[in-house]
Write a protein that binds this ligand. Structure first.
Ligand code: GP9
Ligand code: MN
Length: 634
């Protein structure tokens, strides 16, 4: 374009330049995007350009007087979008998706967490906006005339060229980029945070259509897969807890690295360490949650399905058909409840619990909550346990229940009187405070056991404890390195996704406790419970396996597509040797790569297509006309 053309779009170019530099600075300072080589750095640098030129370019269709105002407005919009991602990333280590944005009913309760995430330096994000505002009034930028058609075409041709150059480069670096949609870091790294949002919008419309297009045939392939991978439950333990109550303790943000660990000579989880010596304990057990955090863990535990790659299934698919544990257990006379002292609508729980078949949800209104017995997110865990046991004592038996703790939640606040161990000393306030809140949660679990033992419920129950998801994100790697005394590589990051999984069966595990090192994940919890109760689930569509089964495959896939096997960890496209933590030959991980992707995709298909609504229907069809259906299946 000639010089004159340039002057017509000088304001646009300036706005683009500002936003471009700003985005790159944010990439480098606020997101943890791993760059492995020079090409990747180039891709990261150029990736915001095509989107910015496009969105600002829309102004070129406007009258001169509106054009710069539009560009100014668009700058504010893009800045707010970027800032929203920055703030979200600070805690969740993840980028925003459309379903997450619609989880507005969570926002009100997030109060203390959100305000704690903003930093004074965030205001710097608006420096260029202020400059643009000032320039908006300057005559040099004001009186540029309309672009000719030719000039406009040339402009958009250039935008397209920039975009395809970027995409081409990205595809060579990362083949199949767009089919691995759950790996958001890869997408942002390669096509920019902005184009990622456009892609996310596309996925949103695609998944909305998926339910409408699904029919009972969609389930056949998945059923075949699940049936082919089904394992026999454990021979020794099957039915060992028949007819007993099931009590699940969902332990907020508890990771395995604190188990049997000390700070300044003091155990961080003394009670759990003792309990492990009277229980079955799995030291290589992984959480499999995504953006839905606690609610995702609940979903996995009750359904043995994976949560979604984007958004929280508790919000996006709360009116689906499921065959969750409460529903299955109803046939065996079980009464199902949830205990959680938070607003009932947080994570859309009230709606989802109904869908899953729970009989009763004891929410914040069922607890006596005062200023004295509250901290951070609400009722302190110890008081929560105390009051919950009183309710439990009055439940009809047998029951299936889950207690969801809260005190050990970011920002990990605790009153002086509850600090039973020192804070850690590092540059991360989060990790420092995490240690005493974990210690406090441990104390509250001890209290729970003591109180429960005073009732006649204890002896007739099995108690299963698990960490819901990580508490310390990768943003605190420097502090974690200090704590663990080793470098946090992508391999270690996966190993940090281990959460405790403890199965306590009074009268059984206290006599013969055992620690298992086989690889397992939250998806295995439901089949394990069912097997202990002696309930047959061979008709169910589930992705997990009874952890006590001898046939159980040592394989667990995480929601971002990373997976763990007996000897290896696969993450971010690299295969690692578990024994050394060093890179291993890719071929070793190869056989599991397809399986990992397939499981997640099948589970997604079930949820997006609401396929379980066809389940009974299909079985009936098989009974009525088995020959026909068999032909269809093949
Ligand atoms: C909120 C609690 C915490 O009720 O379960 O949710 P999280 O932020 O951990 O998903
Ligand atoms: Mn949680």
């Amino acid at each position: 374009m000639r010089k004159k053309s340039f002057s017509k779009i000088s304001f646009l170019l300036l706005a683009t330049l500002f936003m471009w530099i700003k985005t790159y600075i944010v990439y480098k300072t606020s997101f943890d995007i791993k760059i492995e080589n020079f090409t990747q750095e180039v891709i990261l640098f150029i990736n915001p350009l095509s989107f910015l030129l496009l969105i600002f370019g829309i102004g070129l269709f406007m009258k001169e007087k509106n054009r710069n105002r539009y560009i100014f407005g668009a700058s504010i919009f893009v800045t707010v979008l970027l800032l929203a991602n920055m703030v979200f990333y600070r805690f969740f280590n993840d980028f925003l998706t459309i379903p997450v944005l619609f989880q507005t009913s969570n926002m009100g309760d997030l109060g203390s967490s959100i305000s704690g995430l903003f930093l004074p330096t965030d205001l710097l994000m608006f420096v260029d906006i202020a400059i643009l505002f000032w320039l908006l009034k300057k005559p040099t930028f004001k009186s540029s005339s309309q672009l000719t058609r030719k000039e406009r075409s040339a402009y958009f041709l250039l935008v397209a060229a920039v975009f395809f150059f970027n995409l081409g480069l990205a595809e060579t670096e990362r083949p199949q980029l767009l089919t691995r949609s759950f790996d958001r870091e890869m997408l942002v790294k390669n096509i920019s945070v902005y184009n990622f949002h456009i892609y996310d919008a596309f996925l949103q419309s695609k998944t909305s259509a998926q339910r409408a297009l699904a029919d009972s045939n969609s389930l056949t392939e998945i059923e075949n897969y699940v049936n082919a991978n089904r394992k026999e439950p454990s021979k020794d333990l099957n039915g060992i807890a028949e007819g007993r109550n099931v009590i699940l303790l969902s332990l907020e943000s508890l990771q395995s690295f604190v188990i049997n660990e000390k700070l300044n000579g003091e155990e961080i989880t003394p009670f759990l360490n003792d309990l492990i010596n009277e229980s079955y304990y799995f030291e290589n057990f992984y959480h499999q949650t995504g953006q839905g955090k606690t609610s995702d863990s609940e979903f996995i535990v009750d359904n043995s399905l994976y949560p979604l790659g984007r958004g929280a299934v508790y919000f996006t698919n709360s009116s689906n058909e499921y065959t969750a544990t409460p529903e299955l257990l109803k046939d065996y006379g079980y009464y199902s409840t949830i205990f959680h002292a938070n607003n009932k609508s947080f994570w859309n729980r009230d709606i989802m619990y109904n869908t899953l078949g729970y009989d009763r949800f004891f929410d914040v209104n069922d607890y006596e909550v005062t200023e004295e017995n509250s901290i951070g997110w609400g009722l302190k865990d110890k008081d929560f346990m105390d009051q919950s046991v009183q309710h439990i004592d009055n439940l009809p038996q047998p029951f299936y229940t889950r207690l969801i703790t809260l005190t050990n939640h970011f920002p990990f606040e605790l009153g002086e009187e509850d600090k039973l161990i020192d804070e850690f000393d590092s540059n991360s306030k989060t990790l420092n405070q995490y240690i005493p809140t974990v210690r406090y949660m441990d104390e509250s679990i001890k209290h729970f056991f003591e109180k429960l033992k005073e009732t006649d419920v204890y002896e007739n129950s099995i108690i299963i404890l698990y960490g819901d998801h990580y508490g310390i994100s990768e943003n605190h790697n420097v502090a974690m390195e200090k704590f663990l005394g080793k470098e946090i590589t992508p391999f270690e990051t996966i190993q940090l996704q281990r959460v405790p999984f403890i199965v306590h069966i009074p009268g059984v595990t206290d006599k013969e406790p055992q620690t298992f090192s086989k690889v397992a994940g939250q998806v295995d919890i439901r089949p394990t419970i069912m097997s202990l109760l002696g309930i047959d689930t061979s008709e169910q569509i589930q992705f997990g396996t009874d952890v006590f089964s001898n046939e159980k495959l040592s394989f667990t896939v995480l929601r971002d597509g990373s997976f763990i096997t007996e000897n290896n960890v696969y993450t971010r496209g690299v295969c690692y040797d578990k024994a050394t933590g060093e890179e291993a030959d890719q071929a070793i991980c190869e056989p599991y790569m397809e399986k990992a992707k397939q499981e997640l995709n099948y589970s997604d298909e079930i949820i997006y297509g609401d396929l379980l609504r066809f389940y009974g229907e299909e079985t009936e069809a098989v009974d009525a006309d088995s020959e026909n259906t068999t032909t269809e299946k093949n």
